[in-house]
Design a protein around this ligand. Structure first.
Ligand SMILES: Nc1ncnc2c1ncn2[C@@H]1O[C@H](COP(=O)(O)OP(=O)(O)OP(=O)(O)O)[C@@H](O)[C@H]1O
Length: 237
């Protein structure tokens, strides 16, 4: 089942295109990675998909809905990872979960909190968490409403190696339950380990799309990182 359909999406900032005609499809239960250089348009794409930004052109359907005009209804069925500075420093971890649960109709926040090892930190204030724990909290909060699709922007930035692997394992389990994950990442080892499909963007357009193995084969390289560098035209010699 197709859960995300994008056809010639365009988004400009002051007449300069950030997304310049992107088309893609995402099937249910996949982890799809979006990679590309800084400023390539990844965050803007995800913001349009999750109803946070209005597009300037093209067609967009997420779970059959228009993410902008039907964003209230859509937001009950998707999760979006917050960016740093999105929560007040004085807010306690447990309060953040309750706040999020209140935004969704229901949502088993206690289970999510325990799954992500945050139960012991319920009384800790957001501002006192280390960068890695903040990141873990943001991922967990995105899952509170039991979403069908979750959008994660730089999932494991700042996590220690063990927390990174734990996060990967958790996401694989969620995929087994049918969750669809859209993951913006700069880490090709993460993409190779997790993603069913990769979409590589450059200057607001899709440069390449396919499974990590397909991209490696297409470029006759031996790793996704090398494939990415070849596809994005980087000459390191
Ligand atoms: N709010 C904004 N106002 C004006 N220009 C913006 C805005 N947000 C992004 N841009 C510009 O749009 C382009 C795409 O930015 P975007 O943040 O989507 O890229 P990105 O691929 O997510 O980059 P990064 O990897 O650095 O996070 C860039 O040229 C950026 O400078």
């Amino acid at each position: 089942m197709t859960v995300i359909e994008v056809e010639k999406l365009r988004k400009n900032y002051r007449s300069k295109p950030a997304v310049d005609g992107i088309s893609l499809r995402v099937e249910r239960g996949q982890i799809v990675g979006i990679a590309g250089a800084n400023g390539a348009g990844k965050t803007t794409l995800v913001e349009c998909l999750s109803g946070l930004r209005q597009r300037d052109g093209g067609e967009l359907r997420v779970l059959g809905m228009d993410p902008w005009t039907e964003r209230r209804r859509l937001q009950q069925r998707i999760g979006v990872q917050l960016q740093e500075s999105a929560l007040p420093d004085a807010l306690k971890v447990g309060e953040a979960f309750r706040l999020y649960a209140a935004l969704y109709d229901g949502g088993d926040w206690r289970t999510v909190m325990a799954d992500w090892d945050l139960a012991d930190k319920q009384r800790v204030r957001f501002g006192s968490l280390s960068g890695g724990w903040k990141q873990r909290l943001f991922v967990a909060l995105a899952l509170v409403g039991d979403p069908e699709i979750v959008f994660l922007d730089e999932l494991t930035t700042g996590l220690d190696p063990v927390a990174r692997r734990t996060t990967w394992t958790m996401l694989r389990k969620l995929r087994e339950r049918g969750l669809t994950v859209v993951l913006v990442t700069h880490f090709m080892d993460e993409a190779e380990a997790l993603c069913d499909r990769m979409i590589i963007v450059g200057n607001g357009r899709v440069i390449a799309a396919g499974s990590p193995a397909e991209l490696v084969a297409e470029t006759a390289t031996d790793s996704l990182e090398s494939a990415y560098l070849a596809l994005s035209g980087t000459d390191l010699s």
